[in-house]
Design a protein around this ligand. Structure first.
Ligand code: NAD
Length: 257
């Protein structure tokens, strides 16, 4: 579908004039990097049971299920995925507009790999593996090697169970990180939400907090979200397609205000 150029120009101007832009991202922004979302048509959830691989109770009951999933799916995905146009444009925007933070629900590390420097990971990262007993950290390469010899993999030092440094379903978010994210949402004057179904709480409160505090709300998401009716700019499109168009606007021609 053709994107209306005037709407893109309008959003570009609003971004240029904003004093504090906060970006909120979800799994959809990484779909064009080949990482399946949870809830799209080709979502991971159609092939694997998230109730088992992403839930803390099940992980502790049967960690081998997660580590099989890690070896067969997550590790190859993390090794092969590269930032896409949307990640790259967001990283570039730091020098073009007053972008203060990227609040991401993603656990893939692709914003940082693209060059974004103001990333807050609400749900942790799957690129770090940690011992549940002594907190010793391992790279995914080390964990992959260990899991191939012994499933579930155990800590070299204390023989504790290894787990990814993500927030599983059934676990609380880090309260300091969540508060920081809520503060960003309350302070910003422009909230750009990209690739999130906005139904996973508490992160899904972020667009509403921004809107209630007077921010302009832009949503770029392939499918409808519960906040669409509150959006000032709304694109039911792929993130890469919309953000690529921003690079053709005035944002790229003038220095930061
Ligand atoms: P979600 O799966 O609930 O929603 C993804 C949304 O992205 C959908 O509404 C879909 O319409 C949209 N989408 C799909 N492809 C898109 C594209 N190319 N451009 C724009 N939009 C697109 O994901 P969520 O809202 O992030 O929440 C679910 C949880 O999923 C989070 O807790 C997150 O930790 C986890 N998760 C993360 C990753 C990752 O790190 N890449 C992948 C899968 C799930």
């Amino acid at each position: 579908m053709e994107i209306n150029h005037d709407i893109i120009e309008g959003m570009a101007l609003a971004l240029k004039q904003a004093r504090h832009i906060t970006v909120f991202t979800g799994a959809g922004i990484s779909e064009e990097s080949g990482i399946p979302t949870y809830r799209g048509d080709d979502g991971l959830w159609s092939k694997y049971d998230p109730a088992r691989y992403a839930d803390i109770g099940h992980f502790l009951h049967d960690p081998t299920y997660y580590w099989n999933f890690f070896q067969e799916v997550r590790y190859p995905l993390l090794k092969n995925a590269k930032p896409n146009k949307a990640h790259l444009v967001l990283a570039e925007l730091e020098s073009k507009v007053n972008l203060k933070s990227v609040l991401t629900q993603n656990i893939d590390g692709l914003h940082q790999e693209a060059g974004s420097t103001k990333v807050i990971e609400l749900h942790g990262t799957s690129r770090v593996i940690r011992c549940i007993e002594c907190s010793k950290e391992y790279s995914i390469d080390d964990a992959f090697e260990k899991a191939q010899c012994n499933n579930p993999p155990l800590c070299t030092d204390c023989k504790g169970l290894l787990r990814p440094a993500v927030i599983f379903f059934g676990e609380a978010l880090n309260p300091d990180i969540l508060q920081h994210a809520f503060d960003e949402a309350a302070t910003c004057d422009f909230l750009l939400a990209i690739g999130s179904s906005m139904i996973v709480y508490p992160a899904a409160q972020i667009p509403m907090i921004a809107k209630q505090n007077g921010a302009t709300l832009a949503i770029i998401n392939k499918d409808a979200t519960p906040y669409d009716s509150r959006a000032d700019y709304l694109f039911h499109e792929k993130a890469g397609t919309v953000l690529a168009q921003l690079t053709g606007t005035g944002i790229y021609m003038f220095t930061k205000l």
